[in-house]
Design a protein around this ligand. Structure first.
Ligand code: ZN
Length: 493
């Protein structure tokens, strides 16, 4: 039980009180939900010899091990463990673990209380992870969880400064069992704002999405950074008006620096006035997303969190130790208000620059904790054999940021292969780019070599300059669920 807190009060509470709200929700969640109803976490607590009622505050979580993607994959690989992360109450467990008042309410409530229990604990929806390297993992929601997500996204609309009675949103996220599409859809259901999906490149296509924009004249466009920019650029070619657009909300992938400027330029070409562009961060395992707040020059003050719904810890990815506020580290997430598939201390694999802060937002004044907007995947450190001597560690996300930020690069892709497709040969790094119209191609290729070598200490073996049309084809902009920025074509050993 428990419901999301009154937002207007919560978003301005002093940090000390927010901590208290969070600790109370965590205690309740561990004692009355996770420990009694999750097979996985009951085992984790028992093996670590940690009593659930000894977890009093967020710092106490450090006595428990992390949950990894491998744990989730392992659980779903056998029929006996498939539901180990799903909260499944039983009369015995309720009797053994719920406080007297809650049990009494259940008994006295009769049929209505039993129906409420079903609403809270029986899954009726799933979304899936979109891992490129592993099996998708399904995350179950109960009707209660859908309400929590719905309210979380309503908060996001509020942080984005939207007015549900006037704003019209076009949702460009791919129509799929993924968090992003459904989060925006549910946000519309909750707030009553008009939210119209195009289904993205694979469903309505770019030109179809633009016809929808022409017809609806939206004030807000929501989508992935790559596809949204592609739609804006194509809109410029077709002469689409963006005159009504005042906000872009980007999600599902990080927004590379420099891309906001390119988007603004395309919007201005379509007669838009002041437009605020904000990024969001969310992931399947949290069944939630968080937003930047908008400001005049589109700089970021970080993602605003919901301290009553979840806990973020920031850890040193090597040692696993929690780092002090304000320091870089990997984000670790614990949901504290939710049923269905529930995770505790889940390692996201996302490195957050600047970590977490509990200082009020200098832009909007909300007191909610925030995490830094610059995120990198831990796993995007790829070992490449570029010389006979040793493997070189290359951070592909840094490489992507450099390319996306270049004003003269319209689209890009990084391809890793083996020389002559021979598994025993050296690795080969190839960059494909579509340049902006009128750019000196030879000079651009040299500049890319130079900038990449500076940022990552590795220069590509080759820079291929392609036409925009060829590039869009390679990226799968209209055919794939998300564009293919990094291709690893090395034979699997
Ligand atoms: Zn703010």
């Amino acid at each position: 039980m428990g419901t999301p807190r009154d937002w207007a009060t919560l978003e301005r509470l002093p940090a000390r009180q927010l901590h208290a709200v969070q600790d109370a929700a965590l205690r309740r969640c561990v004692r009355e939900e996770l420990y009694p109803f999750s097979n996985h976490y009951r085992r984790v607590f028992d093996e670590a010899l940690v009593r659930p009622d000894s977890i009093a505050c967020v710092a106490d979580l450090q006595r428990l091990p992390f949950t990894t993607k491998q744990d989730l994959l392992r659980a779903q690989s056998t029929p006996e463990t498939r539901y180990d992360f799903v909260l499944r109450p039983s009369p015995d467990r309720i009797r053994a673990h719920w406080p007297f008042s809650r049990k009494l309410a259940l008994v006295l409530g009769g049929a209505r209380a039993r129906e409420a229990l079903r609403f809270q604990y029986t899954p009726n929806f799933l979304t899936f992870t979109t891992g490129r390297s592993s099996e998708p993992v399904g995350f179950a929601y109960t009707p209660f969880d859908l309400q929590v997500l719905q309210q979380g996204i309503a908060r996001m609309f509020d942080i984005a400064g939207l007015d549900p009675s006037r704003d019209r949103l076009v949702n460009l996220f791919p129509f799929a069992p993924h968090l992003a599409f459904w989060a925006v859809t549910l946000g519309g259901f909750e707030t009553g704002a008009l939210v119209v999906p195009s289904g993205g490149g694979k469903v309505m296509g770019t030109d179809g999405s633009l016809r929808l924009l022409e017809r609806l004249k939206p004030t807000v466009i929501v989508g992935t950074p790559g596809f949204t920019y592609h739609v804006l650029r194509r809109g410029n070619e077709l002469g689409t008006s963006f005159a009504n657009v005042h906000t872009l909300i980007l999600g599902a992938e990080k927004v590379p620096p420099g891309l906001k400027d390119k988007m603004l330029e395309a919007l201005r070409k379509g007669d838009a006035g002041e437009v605020r562009i904000l990024g969001t961060y969310g992931f399947t395992e949290a069944r939630m997303a968080w937003a930047e707040c908008p400001n005049a020059d589109n700089h970021s003050t970080g993602y605003h969190l919901h301290p009553d719904l979840g806990v973020f810890e920031v850890i040193d990815p090597k040692t696993g130790a929690v780092v002090p506020d304000g320091e870089d580290g990997e984000l670790v997430y614990t949901g504290i208000l939710g049923h269905g598939t529930s995770v505790l201390r889940y390692r996201t694999g996302d490195l957050c620059v600047g970590g977490i802060t509990w200082k009020p937002c200098p832009n909007c004044g909300r007191t909610l904790p925030r995490i830094g907007a610059e995120l990198r995947r831990v796993s995007e450190q790829h070992a490449l054999s570029l010389t006979k001597i040793k493997g070189t560690l290359v951070d592909l996300s840094v490489m992507g940021s450099v390319l996306a930020a270049m004003r003269d690069v319209e689209e890009w892709q990084v391809v890793i292969s083996k020389r002559n497709d021979d598994p025993l040969e050296l690795d080969q790094l190839e960059v494909r780019v579509a340049p902006r119209v009128g750019v000196d191609v030879g000079e651009l290729a040299t500049r890319i070599q130079h900038d990449l070598a500076n940022a990552t200490e590795v220069a590509p073996n080759k820079v291929h300059v392609l036409t925009l049309r060829e590039m869009l084809e390679h990226l799968g902009m209209e055919s794939a669920m998300k564009e293919k920025r990094f291709l690893d074509r090395r034979p699997k050993s």
